[in-house]
Design a protein around this ligand. Structure first.
Ligand code: DC
Length: 220
């Protein structure tokens, strides 16, 4: 099975690129951040605060998370595709994703989701933990300022109301937290293909990815 793994910080364009690659290369698109967002939403629904670590871990092993081929996300059978993007979820998802046992449960689930398919999978630890042996490993980056701008634009399209400062502080906090985890930290490695998309259009970024993947196919 073919695996295209993409890691990178919040707002770097991983989601957009993964969805373009999925269409162009006929891959199943798995947004691993959505799995952590489902755990965060389940915590909110069950009134669990970040201090209730044991209960959060238990909950993460009990909930049913599904992502369908159209990227709709279901938590215990309910369509939560939009709800998992809310400000409330976004504010607590990073610390929840730092809990080692929660990560273990989500990594198991993500590997299961990818079995039997050619996939493009994006997140923070796909190239390092989930599929370290993936055929294609990318690290997609962009400057902080550019990522904040992109996230604000995306939020507007989704009707999420967050000020510039709110988005900036959230992304800064997530950048720090996502790269200082005990397990599954966002890391750059020598075997990733590094793409800085700060001054590139989406089309240009997609072209770079496709060039690598198809170039490889043409050689074999
Ligand atoms: O990609 P995203 O913003 O939807 O991810 C939400 C959070 O989940 C993010 O702050 C970090 C975490 N995450 C993770 O720890 N590992 C992944 N593979 C994907 C996301």
């Amino acid at each position: 099975m073919k695996i295209v793994a993409i890691d990178g910080p919040a707002g770097s364009g991983k989601g957009t690129i993964a969805s373009i690659l999925a269409k162009k290369l006929n891959l199943v698109n798995i947004d691993t951040g959505a799995t952590y967002r489902c755990v965060a939403l389940a915590c909110l629904k069950n009134n669990l605060s970040l201090n209730n670590q044991d209960e959060i871990i238990k909950l993460s092993s009990e909930i049913d998370i599904k992502i369908d081929l159209n990227n709709k996300v279901y938590l215990n059978g309910e369509d939560v595709t939009d709800e998992i993007r809310s400000k409330e979820v976004t504010n607590i998802v990073s610390p929840i994703s730092s809990i080692v046992e929660v990560r273990k449960n989500m990594v198991d689930l993500q590997r299961k989701m990818a079995s039997n398919y050619d996939v493009v999978m994006e997140g923070r630890d796909i190239t390092t933990v989930v599929f370290p042996n993936a055929q294609y490993k990318f690290y997609l980056d962009a400057s902080l300022e550019e990522r904040v701008k992109r996230r604000i634009k995306q939020n507007k399209e989704k009707g999420i109301d967050m000020s510039y400062d709110e988005v900036l502080e959230n992304i800064k906090a997530r950048d720090y937290n996502d790269s200082h985890k005990e397990v599954g930290s966002l890391t750059r490695t020598d075997d990733q293909i590094y793409i800085d998309s700060t001054n590139m259009t989406i089309e240009e970024v997609a072209h770079e990815f496709i060039k690598v993947i198809e170039g490889d196919n043409n050689e074999s």
